[in-house]
Write a protein that binds this ligand. Structure first.
Ligand SMILES: Nc1ncnc2c1ncn2[C@@H]1O[C@H](COP(=O)(O)OP(=O)(O)OP(=O)(O)O)[C@@H](O)[C@H]1O
Ligand SMILES: [Mg+2]
Length: 244
């Protein structure tokens, strides 16, 4: 897989920010240099969950308006070495030009092992993010509405000629999955969305709370374990796709 990855979904609230933070931490633990880009104009969140919200002065809007160079809008996470963040502008509307975004990625690409973009599931900002990326991870949970929205996102990506996509099933709870019986099995979800599975991340309240408290770095929970395995897989290590 390539270097710049858009983390998208269909439906909102399926865990894009949770996954961007979790996967970013897992990749940094593997001694990778990682940049997380929060492409949620007005509503950034990555800075808060990674504890970098206090000193944030510049953002992508400042880069595009010539107020600062890209390095000034990049903030190193104090909780872990190798992990940095950049946020979309919180002052303007979501009108980020794809051309500007692509040229920014061209500048940053050589500096990092991985760049993860936390973005929306549809609309202009989604298209800007995916057009600037080498691959897209579609995040869904195992509920029918989320799966239907993910299916639409997958179709849109294919219409755009973007075929390097992977699926991440998040917030998975095996007991609920079989009790609710929305789907026969995981394969049914994968077949509906039509994208190869990258991995599964379990429901994990402890890690979710650690993110809300801006202190996810020393937590060792089942979602952290799942992210470690997905990060290893992204690094070409052969680990099983499914939760153990
Ligand atoms: N695996 C998980 N286990 C437990 N809670 C989770 C998990 N994934 C996400 N959550 C919780 O679900 C909520 C939504 O997650 P998150 O904010 O990451 O979604 P999102 O897709 O980024 O939402 P938005 O579309 O609003 O940007 C949060 O409260 C988060 O803590
Ligand atoms: Mg989010």
């Amino acid at each position: 897989m390539g270097k710049v990855t858009a983390i998208a979904s269909g439906k909102g609230g399926t865990g894009k920010t949770f996954v961007t933070a979790g996967l970013g931490i897992a990749l940094a633990k593997r001694n990778k240099k990682v940049l997380l880009i929060d492409l949620n104009p007005y509503l950034r969140g990555i800075d808060l969950v990674l504890g970098t919200d206090n000193g944030l002065l510049f953002d992508m809007g400042d880069i595009f308006s010539g107020n600062c160079s890209p390095d000034k809008a990049i903030y190193q996470c104090e909780g872990i070495r190798g992990l940095s963040i950049m946020s979309a502008s919180q002052n303007t509307n979501d009108n980020i030009s794809s051309e500007l975004m692509k040229s920014l990625m061209d500048v940053l690409r050589d500096e990092y092992d991985h760049i993860l973009i936390d973005c929306h599931g549809c609309g202009k900002i989604f298209e800007t993010a995916v057009q600037s990326s080498e691959q897209v991870i579609i995040v869904t949970d195992a509920e029918p509405l989320s799966v239907r929205c993910a299916e639409k996102t997958s179709r849109r990506l294919k219409e755009m000629g973007l075929n390097n996509n992977r699926l991440l099933i998040n917030n998975f709870n095996e007991k609920k999955f079989f009790r609710f019986d929305y789907f026969q099995d995981i394969d049914e979800i994968i077949d509906k969305i039509g994208v190869r599975l990258l991995g599964m991340v379990p429901e994990d309240e402890e890690f979710a709370v650690a993110l809300q408290r801006s202190s996810p770095f020393s937590v060792k929970t089942k979602a952290v374990y799942a992210f470690d395995r997905i990060a290893a897989r992204l690094d070409g290590v052969d680990v099983s796709l499914f939760l153990e």
